[in-house]
Design a binder for this molecule. Sequence first.
Ligand code: A5P
Length: 227
Amino acid sequence: MTDDPLAHAKEVAGRYAAGLIEDGMTVGLGTGSTVFWTITALGERHADVVCTVTSHRTEALARSLRLVVVPPDELGRLDIAVDGADEIDPDLNLIKGGGGAHTREKIVADMADRFVVVADQTKLVEELGAFGVPIEALDFAPGVLAARLRDLGAHEVVRSPERSDNGNLLMRAWFGPLTDPEGLAAALAALPGLVEHGIFPHEMVTRVVVSDNQGHVVERLRSADAC
Ligand code: A5P
């Protein structure tokens, strides 16, 4: 364990979620510094699971721990997926994609019967928006897309020097507080050339596992019978 309280919180939340995964399950592995600990814990206990991954770096980590990794099409559906988040609102809507992996993360989360989000408490917000909305876009007309994002209310659009694992452009757009995340998500999804955005509606989320700096875990379920 580390002396850094934030790093400790990430480790506690990540390891806790590994306890929700049983041998024999098919598992989606997310990307980031919190789910890193879920994957590490699965490797440490030699979990007998079959995994699919959301990024090259998660694949490298999982394989280094001798976890079985197969392409998503080989599984079709998953018993559970675990991933981090950049913002979580009180309704369990999420912003994801700070690591540029949100397109694959959304596909894998959508494949899962249960999608578990792991986070330190700094990710809890009253309203989504301060982080901005990560965008993956085709490298064809990014200026046109930026203009469309401004038409939808973005006051700032920034292009990342990084590319996604899919080879596409990564951008982030700030719209102020997202008072209607589902409405914005639908509007973004309709923009030509926008591959995927980082708004994950609460319907996708089964359970959120949050740790505070003392390592106390609080769980939020989307509904009482969700798990
Ligand atoms: C990756 O693209 C993101 O969606 C991550 O899941 C998110 O940034 C959470 O990362 P941390 O667990 O590192 O905070």
